[in-house]
Every structure is written in structure tokens, then in C-alpha cells.
Write a protein that binds this ligand. Structure first.
Ligand SMILES: Nc1ncnc2c1ncn2[C@@H]1O[C@H](COP(=O)(O)OP(=O)(O)OP(=O)(O)O)[C@@H](O)[C@H]1O
Ligand SMILES: [Mg+2]
Length: 364
């Protein structure tokens, strides 16, 4: 039995026969479920669109949209595909069962209804659905945790490389500079070798700088737009792709906090890496827009175009971005462009404190 209204699962009963509806309602309410009824397929679809039930009991033969059609459309839409469906069939109707299985329903119930069987089938399916939701929630937390841990690790490796390796190299450089200067007067051979050593140390210092920068881009200190500009130039140097950034009027670096800036920058980096690996594009356009309290970054390429079924089991880039943007109450979308290529859109709500601060700046 379920105690509070809010936590009680809601079951939608779809049947054109009023007696069946009443009977199923009574049986399910006795088990503690909340019930809703629909007398045909169209009404069922409208009810689901208003508020998704936890489970649907669905009759096959109904005037207008029949049970198969309802099941097919619920299973065909990503928002409703996971609502379990129990199809009501006649006892020996093997053909109807096969057809129902084919459209993706999870279980059957035969007429006349057996109260205990109904209760058990509903309970089992609701348990399965809850388990699926729980594992989805954990996966989402795991992805967010993984991304955070990655950022933390990058930060600490960057500090370590800077402090241990970078500082030692600088000290070594100072020593070799002194040796180089001393040897100029006293040991011409050592003078020449010290010069080569200095060049090597400078090359190592340069590598250290670029490693630190890959781990924790110092350009972000100058703001998101400068960092994006720099990243696009770097991308142009290593690929044949031409890049363009457009920051729409009124959009400012101050619209975002540090976490949001870092997230947008990482999404740009992952998207550019995807473009280099999968798109075969010749052009990338990045646009920053502000609309209705939301900061929007749009990355368009003119490549082969994104196909949803191309996401493989071992592809985690897009999944990670979806979860991280969701954790900041934003929305991430990747879709094929209108005529060509792929469009990645990230919308992040600008926090209220930042909105207030920037409106004060505008009205002195
Ligand atoms: N700009 C793009 N153009 C065309 N296809 C794309 C584009 N971006 C992504 N894709 C497709 O989406 C798939 C999933 O991308 P995702 O970033 O999630 O994983 P991945 O790049 O394959 O691997 P990784 O986990 O290393 O990022 C890619 O394998 C590719 O088929
Ligand atoms: Mg990727």
C-alpha cells in the first residue's frame, strides 16, 4: 500500500467499455494506486501529454485509434517510450499478443480479469520502471562526478607541473644563463654548449607552458570570448577548417560565473574535437547570444551532419555534455543543420544575481 498521494503511482486505464473501466479502477484503487481513465485512443494520448502516468492498461479494440496505434505512438516517442504498457487481450488470442509484442508493449492481461494477477503484473512492471529510473539517475550522477573529477585532476596536475617542473626549469635556466655568461670570457667551448643547453631548457619551458594550458587554459582568465577566439585560432592552425566567432550585441563575459564559463569552454573543445574527428567540415561558426535571461552558445559546422543513431555504446562526449549542462539547469542539443552539417546549442540560465548586477551597470 502507498501512503501519500504524491508517491502513489498513477495508472491510466484505456478501454471503451465503461464496465471494464470501472472494474479495473476499483481493483487498482483497492491496491492503493491512483487511476485515470480514457475511453478511446485519442483521449488516452491527450491524457498522457498532459501528465505522463506511471503505467498504462490498454485495451486493443477501440473505435478510432485502437490499442496498437496508441502503443505504437507511445513507444515511438522518446518522452513516453518508457511508460510500461499492459495490453488487455482475449484469453486465447495468440495473434493479438504477437502484434502487441511487436509494437513494444511490456505485458498482457487477459479477460476476464484476475484480481491477483492484475496486482502482480502491475507491481512488477512498476518495480522495473523504478529500477530503470534509479539506474538512470545514478548514471547521470556518475557522469557529472566523472566530469568534475576530471576538472579537479586537470587543475591539480596543472599546479603540480607548474610548481615542480616549471619552477625547477626556471631555476635551471638561471644557472645555465650564469654559466653561459661566465664561460664567454673563460671557456669558449663550454660557452657554446651552455647556449645549446639554454635552447633545450627554453624548449622544455615552452612544452611545460602548453601542457599547463591544455590542462587549464590560462586564456579563460581573460574571459570566455577571448578564450574561444584563441581556441578557434589554435583549431585553424591544426586543421584545414576556417572558424568564425560572432558575439551578438549585449552579450558580455560578465553574464556567466566561473563554473559556467569553464563548462561552455569545455563544450566548445569537445565539439571542435568531434568536428575534427567526425564532421569532415570546412567551416565552423560559433555564435554567442543572450535571450530572455539565457546565455546561448551555438556551434555550427558544414560537415556530413549528425545522425542520432551514430552514437555508439562507447561514445561519452555528448552524454557527458548533456549531463553537465543539465546539472547547471541548462539545455544541450545536437542536431543536423537545416541543409548541411551539425548544430550544437547550449543554453544556460544567467543567474539572477548576475542579471541584477548587469542591469545596475547599465542604469547608473
Ligand atoms: N559535428 C559532428 N558531425 C558529425 N557527426 C558528429 C558530430 N559530432 C558528433 N557526431 C557523431 O556523434 C557521435 C557521438 O559523439 P560523442 O562525442 O558522444 O562520442 P565520440 O566522439 O564518438 O567519442 P568520445 O567519447 O571520445 O567523445 C560521434 O561518434 C559521431 O558519429
Ligand atoms: Mg566526442
Amino acid at each position: 500500500m502507498h501512503s501519500t498521494t504524491e508517491s502513489r503511482p498513477k495508472i491510466l486505464i484505456v478501454d471503451d467499455n465503461p464496465q471494464n473501466r470501472r472494474l479495473l479502477e476499483a481493483l487498482l484503487r483497492a491496491e492503493g494506486y491512483i487511476t485515470e481513465t480514457a475511453e478511446d485512443g485519442m483521449e488516452a494520448m491527450k491524457t498522457v501529454a498532459r501528465h505522463a502516468p506511471d503505467l498504462v492498461l490498454l485495451d486493443i479494440n477501440m473505435p478510432g485509434m485502437d490499442g496498437y496505434e496508441v502503443a505504437r505512438s507511445l513507444k515511438g516517442a522518446s518522452e513516453t517510450a518508457e511508460i510500461p504498457i499492459i495490453m488487455i487481450t482475449a484469453d486465447l488470442d495468440h495473434g493479438a499478443r504477437l502484434a502487441a509484442l511487436d509494437v513494444g508493449v511490456e505485458d498482457f492481461l487477459t479477460k476476464p480479469f484476475d484480481r491477483i494477477e492484475l496486482g502482480l503484473r502491475v507491481r512488477n512492471l512498476l518495480r522495473l520502471k523504478a529500477a530503470l529510473q534509479e539506474s538512470r539517475r545514478r548514471l547521470s550522477q556518475l557522469l557529472i562526478h566523472r566530469e568534475r573529477a576530471k576538472e579537479e585532476e586537470r587543475k591539480s596536475i596543472a599546479l603540480e607541473v607548474h610548481d615542480a617542473l616549471g619552477q625547477n626549469l626556471l631555476a635551471l635556466r638561471m644557472d645555465i644563463t650564469r654559466l653561459h655568461e661566465w664561460a664567454k670570457e673563460h671557456e669558449p667551448r663550454i660557452h657554446g654548449e651552455a647556449k645549446t643547453m639554454l635552447e633545450n631548457v627554453d624548449a622544455s619551458l615552452h612544452s611545460v607552458k602548453s601542457i599547463i594550458n591544455d590542462l587549464r587554459p590560462f586564456q579563460l582568465e581573460l574571459g570566455l570570448h577571448a578564450a574561444v577566439e584563441w581556441q578557434l585560432k589554435a583549431f585553424e592552425r591544426i586543421t584545414p577548417v576556417k572558424c568564425q566567432l560572432e558575439v551578438r550585441p549585449g552579450v558580455s563575459d560578465n553574464d556567466l560565473d566561473d563554473g559556467q564559463v569553464l563548462l561552455l569552454f569545455r563544450i566548445l573543445q569537445e565539439s571542435l574535437s568531434n568536428i575534427a574527428r567526425h564532421a569532415n567540415a570546412s567551416r565552423v561558426d560559433v555564435e554567442m547570444v543572450k535571450e530572455n535571461g539565457t546565455y546561448v552558445m551555438c556551434i555550427r559546422d558544414n560537415g556530413v551532419g549528425f545522425q542520432r543513431n551514430a552514437i555508439k555504446a562507447n561514445s561519452f562526449g555528448i552524454l557527458g555534455m548533456v549531463e553537465r549542462v543539465g546539472a547547471l539547469k541548462g539545455v544541450f542539443a545536437i542536431e543536423p543543420g537545416e541543409s548541411v552539417g551539425t548544430v550544437v546549442t547550449v543554453s544556460i540560465p544567467i543567474s539572477e544575481s548576475i542579471q541584477v548586477a548587469s542591469s545596475r551597470m547599465l542604469t547608473p
